[in-house]
Design a protein around this ligand. Structure first.
Ligand SMILES: *Cc1c(COP(=O)(O)O)cnc(C)c1O
Length: 384
């Protein structure tokens, strides 16, 4: 199939005016089941194509799955009620008791807790947590390794890992690779094109984009793998609701313009911070001084609005700085219209923070859509 331009996929893929009475926006299918004209038709229906019951599939959900699959250059996508539902379903679908898993140290925290508490604690799997670079990741491969749980860039200090190199080494050994692509979104990075097997996103960040939904998605290119993932979604029951799926579709229509603005703003903010005498270090892969700049430029087509930095002084100074901010609101998450700030390592011991390549005074900000000049002014007054 010919690949459509991402902007056309985001705006128009799935439009079907004839089917939806000329409505410019497809409706929300707010139904839990579908009925059949005859019992024979019900008995012959194909659960993979036909709509039967809402835990298995829903027309609104499927439309969004088609859009995200096309954006990621994948064959199939499956939507979930949260990013964590997607992540845990993928791990459960791929790994059996006794499997060995390689996971980044800096991977999203709750995924690590799931690996520790469920995979290791209940299922007898083993996990090696490795620093974010291809050498350490590939070096951790064992004969029982079944899965690599990866993220690039990571969402604390924004390390970028060489996805092509890792995917190639994993393929040679029959190991499944999984990448959390939430930071870049499908517009700025296409891991399946680089040989990765499963791409995961939380829809709660940029794809939703308006801080009004929780959702997740898995995308892949392999029919057998795709079938296992979908089957596990059906059995665990983690499908997203139709209303949330519809909001994701709305978010995706403006993803391109939003990301351009997030990127432009974050780069201006990163440059301002980098040049400020009270800022010691800025972690943002689009800054030419970043150690990840070259690789990021090769495998991503952009960077988004999330970055972190370290201030002069101790973690109490960082805390006072956060409290002086006006436009940046104190809160977790990111990817919405609003600017946010957190101290992700404040509660960690310094040696614990060092394990993550960070330190306890690290400030993480999300640059929203309020305008670079306004955000820089806010940071400037809080840095005084
Ligand atoms: C928020 C987040 C998740 C989890 O998504 P939920 O929708 O909250 O379950 C996973 N990965 C990354 C990188 C995230 O930022």
């Amino acid at each position: 199939m010919e690949t459509l331009d991402d902007r056309l996929i985001a705006t128009h893929l799935g439009d079907d005016y004839d089917r939806f009475m000329g409505a410019v926006v497809p409706p929300v299918f707010m139904n839990s089941l579908h009925v059949f004209p005859t019992m024979e038709q019900y008995l012959q229906c194909d659960p993979k194509k036909d709509f039967i019951y809402g835990r298995i599939a829903n027309p609104t959900v499927r439309l969004v799955e088609q859009k995200i699959a096309a954006l990621e250059r994948g064959k199939t996508a499956a939507l979930f009620a949260s990013g964590m539902a997607a992540a845990t379903t993928a791990i459960a679908a791929v790994c059996k008791a006794g499997a060995h898993i390689i996971c980044l140290r800096n991977c999203y925290g709750p995924v690590i807790r799931f690996l520790d508490e469920y995979c290791v604690g209940s299922m007898g799997m083993s996990v090696d947590y490795v620093p974010a670079n291809a050498e350490d990741i590939i070096g951790a491969i064992q004969p029982e390794t079944r899965l690599m749980v990866l993220e690039s860039p990571t969402s604390l200090v924004f390390e970028v890992i060489d996805l092509r190199k890792i995917a190639k080494a994993a393929r040679e050994k029959g190991i499944i690779t999984y990448v959390d692509n939430t930071y870049c979104t499908p517009l700025f990075q296409k891991p399946l094109d680089m040989g990765i097997d499963i791409v995961m996103h939380t829809l709660s960040k940029y794809l939703g984009g308006h801080s009004d939904i929780i959702g997740g998605v898995l995308v892949c290119n392999d029919d057998a793998l795709s079938e296992r993932l979908l089957n596990m979604r059906i059995l665990f029951g983690g499908i997203i609701g139709p209303q949330e799926a519809w909001l994701v579709m709305r978010g995706i229509r403006t993803l391109d313009v939003r990301l351009a603005h997030h990127q432009e703003t974050a780069l201006a903010v990163a440059k301002f911070l980098e040049s400020h005498p009270k800022v010691l270090r800025v972690n943002y892969p689009a800054l030419p001084v970043s150690p990840h700049y070259t690789l990021a430029t090769e495998q991503q087509s952009g960077c988004t609005g999330l970055l972190s930095f370290e201030l002069e002084g101790d973690k109490e100074d960082a805390l006072r700085f956060c409290n002086r901010l006006q436009l940046f609101k104190i809160g977790v998450s990111w990817g919405g219209f609003e600017s946010l700030v957190v101290l992700p390592m404040y509660k960690h011991a310094p040696e614990d923070a060092a394990y993550y390549g960070a330190n306890d005074k690290l400030v993480r900000i999300h640059c929203g859509l309020e305008g670079a000049d306004n955000l820089i002014e806010d940071l400037r007054q809080a840095l005084l």
